[in-house]
Structures are given as C-alpha cells and as structure tokens.
Design a protein around this ligand. Sequence first.
Ligand code: AMP
Ligand code: GLY
Length: 432
Amino acid sequence: MIILVVGGGGREHALCWKLKQENANHDLHAAPGNPGIAELATCHAVDLSDLNAIETIARELDVDFTIVGPEAPLAAGIVDLFRFKGLAVFGPTQGAAEIETSKSFAKELMTRVGVPTARAEMFEDAAAAKQAARAFGLPVVIKASGLAAGKGVVVSGSLADADRAIDWMLTDRAFGESSSEVLVEEFMAGEELSYFALTDGYSVLPLAPSQDHKRLLAGDAGPNTGGMGAYSPVSLSPGAVNETVLLPTLRELARRDRKFTGLLYAGLMIENGESRVVEFNCRFGDPETEAVLPVSMLEPSLGECLYSIARGELLPSEAKCTVEGFAVTTVLAAAGYPARPVLGAVIDIPRIPEGVLVFHAGTKRDDAGRLVVSGGRVLAVTGLGATLEEAQERSLDFAEAIEFEGKQYRADIGFRELARRATETAKEKTTA
Ligand code: AMP
Ligand code: GLY
C-alpha cells in the first residue's frame, strides 16, 4: 500500500517503523517526516499548518490512505478536508477532535453520560473562578480549556497559586483563545495510565496500556514536559474502562453527529482499582507510542486496521491485539528543555544494538549533512526485552551511548512498575 504519515516526531517514526515491520512492501511517505523517518519513507517538506499542501501531496502520490499523527492538523480540520476531497484518512474530524481540543466540551460530555471523571466547573470570569477554587478545597486543579501544548494545567497547593494560575490563563491570556475559558477541577490522587484504543466510531480495539513520565527529573521531580519516557505494558488494571468510559463516550459523540474514528486516548487516573478520566486525546500519545507499538501485535495488522478505519469501514469483529514482551522508552532532550531548548548540537548515534529502537523526534540534517538537534525532545530510545528490567537496561545503556552536548534524560523510566512489583512480592512473602 501507498501510505502517507502526517507529522515529523517520534510518534510518526514509530508508526512508520511498525508499518514497515508488518509489511516491508509498503510504500511509505511522510509529511514532513524527519531524518529517522527518511530511512523508511520518502519525506516531503511541508508546513503542518498548510492543510491544502498536505492534501496535494496525498493526491499527487495517489496514496491508499493517510495517517494523521499530531493534534494540530486534526484540530484545524485536516480530516474534514480529506473526506470532502474523497481521500481515505485515519483520524477524527474537527468536531470529534473537540474531545481533546476543548476540555469544557469533554467535561460536559462525560458528565452528561456518567463517565467517571473529576468534578469541574467552567469559567470565563476570573473572580468567579477564584471563588469556585475556594469551594473546591486544596489541592485544586486549574486548566485552560483549549490546546496548550501540555502546559495548560496547574495543580495548585495553595489558594495563592490557584489565583495566580487563574489570572495567568484568563486575564493575561497565557494561551490566547485557548485560555479564554478555564476549568476549576477537583484534584484526583492515584496513578496515571495511558489507554489507547483504535475505533471505527462504534467498537474499540485497545492497544497495550502504557505510562508516560511527564516531569523532567527522576522520581517525578522538576517541571512538566511533553513526556520524558514511557513503558508498556503496565500491570495496573484499569477495570472495565471500555464499558464505563470509551463506549459511552463514542456513543454520545455519534449521537451528537461527531462520530469519532481514529485513535481515542483516554488518560486515566487509577485509585483503588477504579479509573477516572483525566483527559481525552484524539490521537496517538507521544512518547507512549514508541513503547506501545513494539509490544502490540495486531491481527489483522495495524496497517490493515488503520486502513479499514480510514475508509470508514468497521473494524473486523475478530480483530485483536496481543501483548508481547516489554518496551521502555527513554527520551533524550536538548539542553535547556523544556523552558528554552538549545538547538544545533551535533548528535552521534553509535551502531544500534539488537533489542534497541531509536526514534527521531527533534533532529534534522544541517548543511554539511550532520545530524543535529532541532527540537526539545530529540530522540526516543526504546529498549525491548522479555522482562521490564531487560527492556529498561537496554534503553538506558543506549541512551547513555548516544552523545550530544547538554543531553538530558531520566534514568528511571518504569520506576512505578518496578515499585509495584516490589510491593507485590513483599505482600506475597508475608501471606506465604
Ligand atoms: P492534562 O493536560 O489534562 O492531561 O493534564 C496534564 C497532567 O496534569 C495530567 O497528566 C495529570 O498529571 C495532571 N492532572 C490533570 N488533571 C488532574 C486532576 N484533576 N487531578 C490530578 N492531576 C491532574
Ligand atoms: N504523552 C502525552 C500526550 O501525548 O499527550
């Protein structure tokens, strides 16, 4: 098949890798892609905000279908445009993507159909929001309703912090239109899980569950980032979330003429075996995809499932995903990330050993053809193994081996899973 992948990060590199892994004959194209993707696909330089240019590439290549990676083109309506032009495309329409792009829409929908989530109220007025924060109790969560590149959430431990966050978002318009409305939300304790499911709008095919590591430093310290690593699978049980979360959400979206097709990502908070929704995303997560795809074995293949969904067909009822082995992904970030990433450092990647995959996220070739840092998150190094420990060791060893000036990474990706196992082993010993 001729397939176009829209985007140029680690997620898109992992998608291309998986498609090639399943079928070496696929003719892959990426817009714009990156130097890593260029080893698997033909890259076409394009500005991701120029939807017409992307559509022209798809039409001129006569692709069988297009897969959209990032949220921005989905929010801008790329799927609506492709459908209008009669092109098969994997991803939700602009209206369906609001499940991610408008937190107030998502919250209202969840509340309406009884999907478990944190209690929240929506405000456009700062004084009213501050008053609500006082009634919620501490800690309290302040969120911009619109897209804010993962920076629009402030968990406030004091009312002074909450007031500052409200002023920053509503009064100073920290995220422009995206923060013209804020949610004041109840804080949820527990452990987070990223739950990805392919969907034709009616049924779901969940992939291996994963866990992101959003903070910059080991032990979940330091500032929030786009994600410093992930592992998959996760032993934490989300409970019956297909029935309590995904299916009711999809039914309600369809009922509102916003049928969601593509990948629905439920960010869950799990406490005492119960899952509540932190947020929905309308696309594959990054860096989770770099850990999820290597361990998720689909039948029919991922490529065939995405193709069916892109053409508006139903997922085959016998479609299934089995999980094989473990994957740990360590992100290598640029110096100064996340506040002010320093770009331009030359990257040296030694020969990649067995059991390791290196996905490019923020790299480019300079005029001399050297691989250099071009974004905050530079590379995602996935280690594979029969055990989590083996996968972690492989990821970490190669994360250390790759060199560029100012490289930052966490050496503890997967630490919660290891801690959970240690607790369980201790429990077994006391009961034995
Ligand atoms: P979001 O952009 O909604 O995923 O939020 C980013 C991060 O903020 C989440 O991954 C959580 O770690 C945290 N967060 C968001 N909402 C809550 C909440 N209600 N309670 C606790 N933590 C939250
Ligand atoms: N890893 C979080 C996200 O993709 O939104």
